[in-house]
Design a protein around this ligand. Structure first.
Ligand SMILES: Nc1ncnc2c1ncn2[C@@H]1O[C@H](COP(=O)(O)OP(=O)(O)OP(=O)(O)O)[C@@H](O)[C@H]1O
Ligand SMILES: [Mg+2]
Length: 430
């Protein structure tokens, strides 16, 4: 947390509400209320002057309303993460608030836990964003192209809102298919983000000597040597950061002193370390959407949403897409993978895609999917490349690389526009 606290600005026209929020926040050692405002205008002015990390914004304000103020602050102070507060019944405004640039919303009165969890989460999102944007170096000569990206690699996070649908199968096979496609000149890593019951090691038939738990307690010393020493190499060339061998050992990762916020920070540091060393990092997550999973999702360049062609999966995926909208994830950041795509469920795949988003691969059922890896440590994408399931993973890896390249190109364009804007600003003295 940069040694400092999360700086919060409260904007609400009712004095009692401002005071209640302030009291709730006084119990959080990592939060400091830096200012309070009673109108939208005052909120905008204080946001500019105080540069808070997080703003709690009431929706109903006299004069400029909360949504308009949010819109303006999102433009002028983009580092501030805005949480909208509203009473029950106003939730129809939420979509507008999110579209205006709010990060999240809470129904009044929020509980202390809810309030703190939301503040810490949006703060982490802001930090991750800042980390990506920060090192736009001073442009001396050579123009905007001199801007260097912070990290070398790109992050693909495989997630499913429902357990047992093939998330780990997709993550493992994708990582190996990517390494096979890219060859030795590019480095691919896989991270088992399912800390308590991770299966990546089993599927790759690896005997872990070290795991993410060994890293989590030493993030302050993280360097290339330490990172290399905890990764387990697989015969495909992929390096695996495995889950701890026993569920209790996962406490080193998820039960760190300092709570979830500290655990999320550590995971963020580990990811940044991996992304400095590797061209591609694939993370297998568990299906619980907690702060740790959100840390992976926030940092992801591409999220692969794994479902099977069944109604409950489709419903869960829809909810996830709505959440992704609220979190401000662009739609290009999410790709759908339909596992067991040939299963006869009465639902057509094109209809599923229309209800959700277009898919990047249809993975068929293959009875050997589980057996091959367990016996020989080679996932089906490689071992059975000629079978339909192997081809599906080859296709998925091609689509993933294409999407990542598109995303990289548009990010580079954004960075170069920003760098040229700064250069122009300096040249004109503004
Ligand atoms: N396309 C497929 N064909 C055949 N078997 C499959 C396929 N996809 C997954 N499986 C099998 O289904 C089981 C569950 O898959 P997997 O572990 O990948 O799911 P998961 O979503 O990661 O589950 P969890 O929630 O436990 O982490 C495994 O035994 C796996 O081998
Ligand atoms: Mg799994």
């Amino acid at each position: 947390m940069n040694g400092g606290k999360i700086r919060v600005l409260i904007v609400d026209d009712i004095a009692e509400t401002r005071e209640n929020l302030r009291k709730l926040l006084s119990f959080a050692p990592d939060v400091e209320v830096v200012g309070t405002a009673a109108t939208g205008e005052e909120g905008m002015q204080l946001a500019r002057e105080l540069n808070p990390h997080v703003i709690l914004m009431d929706i109903n304000l006299p004069g400029i309303d909360g949504i308009t103020a949010t819109e303006q602050i999102a433009r002028e102070v983009p580092t501030a993460q805005i949480i909208i507060l509203s009473v029950q019944g106003e939730t129809g405004y939420m979509r507008r608030a999110m579209a205006a640039g709010a990060r999240d919303f809470l129904v009044k009165p929020p509980s202390g836990d809810e309030l703190m969890a939301t503040i810490r989460r949006v703060y982490e999102i802001g930090r991750a964003q800042a980390a990506r944007m920060a090192p736009i170096p001073t442009v001396t000569t050579g123009g905007p192209a001199a801007a260097a990206p912070v990290r070398r690699g790109q992050l693909v996070v495989v997630f499913s809102p429902k357990g047992g649908v093939g998330c780990t199968t997709v993550a493992v096979n994708l990582a190996v298919a990517l390494q096979t496609r890219l060859g030795v000149s590019q480095k691919v890593a896989i991270v088992d983000g399912s800390f308590q019951f991770g299966d990546v090691g089993v599927m790759l038939n690896l005997q872990p000597s070290r795991s993410i738990a060994d890293l989590a307690v030493r993030v302050e010393e993280l360097d290339t040597d330490l990172l290399t020493s905890v990764l387990t190499p697989h015969s495909s060339g992929v390096k695996a950061l495995l889950a701890p061998p026993h569920p209790e050992a996962a406490d080193a990762v998820i039960g760190a002193d300092g709570g979830m916020a500290e655990s999320s920070r550590r995971i963020g540091v580990i990811l940044e370390g991996l992304l400095r060393e590797f061209d591609l990092v694939v993370v297998d997550t568990w299906s619980i959407l907690n702060e740790l999973t959100l840390t992976f999702l926030d940092q992801a360049d591409l999220i692969l949403l794994v479902i099977t062609p069944l109604i409950p999966d489709i419903k869960d995926a829809r909810h996830f897409l709505e959440l992704a909208d609220r979190l401000g994830y662009p739609r290009e950041k999410i790709g759908l993978v339909i596992n067991y795509a040939d299963r006869k469920t009465g639902l057509r795949l094109d209809q599923i895609e229309r209800a959700l988003i277009p898919s990047m691969a249809h993975i068929p059922y293959d009875e050997r999917a589980g057996i091959v890896g367990a016996n020989r440590g080679l996932p089906i994408a490689v071992e059975e490349a000629s079978r339909p399931i192997g081809q599906a993973f080859v296709h998925l890896s091609a689509n993933v690389l294409e999407r990542l390249n598109q995303l990289k190109r548009s990010e580079e364009e954004e960075v170069s526009v920003e760098a040229s804007r700064r250069l122009l600003g300096r040249a004109l003295g503004i």
